[in-house]
Design a protein around this ligand. Structure first.
Ligand code: ATP
Ligand code: MG
Length: 256
């Protein structure tokens, strides 16, 4: 494995609504690595990812993508991004194929999809097990199916770096296995992956490193914390079935 850095954050700070949300983040992801970004709700995971792709401005620090300062980086076809799913539907109803094709536009010359592009779109749909829904409206899909389509959209561009924000959220176990298998294939092909996760679940065997955020700071950077593979993180949207109503979630230190 080369030690070329694909993502590099140095002392990154960001504010949202004039509140500090990232308070000096250092994070390096090297070529071929699979890094999980963990932490409680509101700890800054999505914000960190959104600074990397330029959706949130940084107030201090440096970000590099493929060794290029992010403000000069233009090669977005090398990056696939799957945003955190929101419940709001919104937007114009589109077919599954249209949504996945939009992910291929960065590779298409003059924005026109050619035969190889349509093939990449079909391949991506096949990878996530949605080939038979290609002509359906995305409004007719379940949450988990919709998530699979968003992942296919990112894969359609055949990115070298895949950034996914909670790709498993709201996805049933069968679909999670499909996604884990898809990701395994991507990793085997050399794709670098940064994943925001709430628990490692079926992805655990793929994860090289875990970076845990708390309150906009890096709390842990190293081997995945053990309990995370088995249980949702404390402090996350996860109510223990035996906890009395209104009880404080149990804080176990590292992850809460
Ligand atoms: N657009 C916004 N304006 C103001 N504050 C925001 C905005 N987006 C996020 N925040 C705040 O920034 C903090 C970090 O949010 P972020 O979405 O990065 O957390 P997260 O770790 O991804 O959480 P989750 O696990 O719930 O997805 C939170 O306190 C949140 O309220
Ligand atoms: Mg988030």
């Amino acid at each position: 494995m080369s030690d070329e850095s694909v993502i590099s954050l140095r002392g990154v700070r960001a504010e949202l609504g004039s509140r500090p949300v990232l308070r000096g983040i250092d994070l390096t992801v090297r070529r071929g690595q699979v890094v999980a970004l963990l932490g409680a709700n509101g700890s800054g995971k999505s914000t960190a990812v959104r600074t990397i792709i330029g959706q949130v401005p940084v107030t201090a620090g440096e970000i590099e993508l493929f060794g290029t300062p992010r403000r000069r980086f233009r090669d977005w076809a090398r990056v696939g991004y799957v945003p955190q799913r929101t419940t709001a539907a919104g937007g114009v109803p589109a077919t599954v194929t249209e949504v996945v094709s939009s992910g291929r536009l960065s590779r298409a010359r003059f924005g026109v999809l050619r035969k190889a592009d349509h093939e990449a779109v079909r391949r991506a749909l096949g990878l996530v097990g949605m080939a038979d829904r290609a002509k359906d409206s995305v409004n007719a899909l379940s949450g988990g199916q919709h998530q699979r389509v968003l992942i296919a959209r990112a894969l359609a561009a055949e990115p070298e770096l895949l950034i996914m924000d909670e790709p498993m959220a709201g996805v049933d176990l069968a679909s999670q296995e499909v996604l884990a298998e898809t990701l395994r294939g991507q990793v085997a092909a050399g794709t670098t992956v940064l994943l925001v996760l709430h628990e490692l679940g079926p992805l655990e065997p793929l994860i090289d490193r875990a970076v845990v955020l708390r309150d906009g700071c890096v709390l842990h950077d190293g081997p995945p914390p053990e309990a995370v593979g088995q249980h949702a993180l404390p402090g996350h949207d996860h109510v223990h079935p035996h906890a009395p109503a209104g009880a404080e979630p149990i804080r176990t230190g590292l992850l809460s």
